[in-house]
Design a protein around this ligand. Structure first.
Ligand code: GDP
Ligand code: IMO
Ligand code: MG
Length: 427
């Protein structure tokens, strides 16, 4: 059985952590392939709740090897504190593998993230302030620091010098900040080397050998399709490729190995940070979705913007990711609405548009065209099979499936591992 990709089909926070954890018990490896600790993945196991930022959600499944792939950006201090936090709660993290080619989020990358956002003022992206964009920028500019550099002090010093050269000019002359000392950064980074050493390896080789041995590998996306640097609502995006292709570059596995791409899809829509969001609600329905859905950022604690389900986005996610399945989450949150509007198309400058416009200005003007579906009031959190759902909930799911272009193979009816209806098996 080959590789599966599990990714966000909207703007992140769809419930990827829960979905990955659910499959974690049956797979051999769970791999993060992009992003960093901008992610906030919540996993609820029994009465225990875990918030993971950098570690793959498979870390909570004892039989599973968690892997941080080459496409991820790693803040070593966050990683070490996440590991010790889990160890204190009795979770064994010793199987973790980290790619030596993954890039490191340095303290100056975090500083640059914060000052550039401040400088953008009203035009800010609303980043998580974790240094993600500047670290990927350094990678592309070929002045990045990689995990393997921690093991060669001379190379590390040269690289930090090269990276700080231009940045210190910017920090002091443009942003009116103090220059950052090379020695200090090198010393801090070297301090992580020994602690990380047991985990660092050639993850590309490990994963490809595992696939040759018929092991099951699950790639866990951070963020979501509409936050993708190429396919999302640029510039209001993150700086990596959460879409399916990112799993290949971010883990060093060829596309021929991937047999299933699962899109995690919330039964309504949320977004954190700036940028267009056609179905966003500013009324009490939006408030109610936020309250009932607990829509508050796991990483930054910001309230999430909330709106109705957008089928145009779901269709787009199906296309750019080649989705084979959807995992629909948080259906239980919609219980109690008499009528539930669903966006089936946009109206842009008086014209009906069925597909996501490539033009940023068109997307900014897009107004949702709604169809209203009848709601349900019965508690669905104990439902174990599709037929346990009230007829109107079944019809809501079927309507979404038809509009979105791929089968809905699982439905989340609560945050817990067992609060899931499985329709088609993923494995
Ligand atoms: P991620 O970033 O995609 O992993 O998602 P987050 O963890 O940021 O946000 C999803 C939230 O919804 C978390 O608090 C989950 O515990 C919760 N959740 C996931 N699936 C369900 C579901 O089916 N129903 C309900 N009520 N909550 C869910
Ligand atoms: P998970 O994995 C939701 C958003 C930020 C901001 C933009 C850029 O939990 O779904 P960045 O710090 O990445 O440069 O910020 O992307 N963002 C997320 N929104 N869920 C996430 O992760 C996100 N990670 C980044 O709010 O708008
Ligand atoms: Mg999240």
């Amino acid at each position: 059985m080959p590789a599966l990709v599990l990714l966000g089909a909207q703007w992140g926070d769809e419930g990827k952590g829960k979905a990955t954890d659910l499959l974690g018990g049956s797979v051999d490896y769970v791999v993060r392939y992009q992003g960093g600790n901008n992610a906030g993945h919540t996993v609820v196991v029994g009465d225990q709740k875990y918030a993971l930022h950098l570690l793959p959600s498979g870390i909570l499944s004892p039989g599973c090897t968690p892997v941080i792939g080459n496409g991820v950006v790693v803040d070593p201090s966050v990683l070490l504190s996440e590991l010790s936090g889990l160890n204190e709660r009795g979770v064994d993290t010793s199987k973790l593998l980290i790619s030596g080619n993954a890039h490191i989020i340095t303290p100056y990358n975090v500083t640059v993230d914060k000052v550039t956002e401040r400088f953008l003022g009203k035009r800010k992206i609303g980043t998580t302030g974790r240094g993600i964009g500047p670290t990927y920028a350094d990678k592309i500019n070929r002045v990045g620091i990689r995990v393997q550099d921690l093991y060669d002090e001379s190379i590390l010093t040269q690289k930090v010098e090269a990276a700080l050269d231009g940045k210190n000019q910017l920090l002091t002359k443009l942003y009116n900040r103090r220059a950052i000392a090379v020695d200090q950064v090198v010393e801090e980074l070297l301090g992580y080397a020994e602690k990380l050493a047991p985990y660092v390896t050639d993850t590309v080789l490990v994963l490809n050998q595992a696939l040759d041995d018929d092991k099951v590998v699950l790639f866990e996306g951070g963020q979501g399709t509409l936050l993708d640097i190429d396919h999302g609502t640029y510039p209001f995006v993150t700086s990596s490729n959460p879409t399916a292709g990112g799993a290949c570059t971010g883990a060093g596995v060829g596309p021929t190995k991937i047999s299933r791409v699962i899109g995690i899809l919330k039964a309504y829509t949320t977004r954190v940070g700036s940028g267009p969001f056609p179905t966003e609600l500013f009324d009490e329905d939006g408030e109610a979705l936020r309250r009932i859905g607990g829509e508050r950022g796991v990483t930054t604690g910001r309230d999430r913007r909330c709106g109705w389900f957008d089928a145009v986005i779901a269709r787009y996610a199906t296309r750019v990711n080649g989705l084979t399945d959807f995992f629909l989450t948080k259906l239980d949150v919609l219980t109690g609405w008499e009528q539930i509007p669903v966006c089936v198309a946009y109206e842009i400058d008086g014209k009906r548009v069925e597909e996501l416009p490539y033009s940023q200005s068109d997307f900014h003007h897009a107004k949702p065209v709604y169809e209203t579906l009848p709601g349900w009031s019965e508690d669905i959190t104990k439902a174990k099979s599709f037929s346990d759902l009230p007829k109107n909930a079944q019809n809501y799911v079927k309507a979404l499936e038809e509009m979105s272009g791929a089968p809905i193979s699982a439905i989340g009816v609560g945050p817990g591992r067992d609060e899931t209806i499985e329709i088609n098996s993923f494995l």
